[in-house]
Design a protein. Structure first.
Length: 177
């Protein structure tokens, strides 16, 4: 793969400087999105938690009324991911191995929607965004819910942004609307 094409695959359609529960439902209509695939760890809740925070739970219930949602996680702990999904009665896939497309494809096909009408929402460039872009999904990068701070950023996110910019990806942050 050429460096230019990798740079393009790392560019989210939308970068929000907020966590997922601040992603407004109006974005679905604005971008003609009819479904969502959500990452779990550090997108919805910290990796070690199994109970959704009240504000994330409320956000998920609101979004679920508008569009079908699937949880797709790289996490291998079936009991934990199932417990999280059951709190909102969402279908889920775990052990996704993102940036592999296999389980994202499975979720989108279950929704019976075109890829470009489904948002892949996550907190990581090299897993969530790369996987979604490889399928032609609408990709949304959000802030991780809980981060170890390094100059005001997650150290992983800081490293990913630095590497992506070295590859030529602009990564401009857009305000939510």
């Amino acid at each position: 793969m050429a460096i230019g094409s990798l740079a393009a695959l790392l560019q989210p359609n939308l970068i929000l400087d907020t966590t997922i529960e601040q992603l407004p439902p109006s974005l679905l209509e604005k971008y003609h999105l009819r479904g969502m695939v959500l990452d779990v760890d550090d997108t919805l809740l910290p990796t070690w938690d199994a109970e959704l925070p009240p504000q994330v739970l409320a956000w998920l219930l609101e979004m679920k009324r508008q569009v079908p949602i699937w949880l797709v996680s790289n996490n291998l702990n079936h009991r934990r991911i199932e417990r999280i999904a059951q709190q909102v009665e969402l279908p889920f896939l775990m052990g996704a191995g993102k940036p592999s497309r296999r389980k994202l494809r499975q979720a989108v096909e279950a929704m019976n929607l075109p890829y470009e009408q489904v948002a892949m929402v996550g907190d990581r460039l090299f897993t969530d965004i790369l996987a979604g872009n490889r399928l032609g999904m609408f990709t949304i990068l959000v802030q991780p819910v809980l981060v170890k701070r390094l100059d005001g950023k997650s150290w992983v996110r800081h490293l990913e942004f630095w590497l992506a910019r070295q590859l030529g990806t602009p990564l401009a942050i857009a305000p939510p609307r």
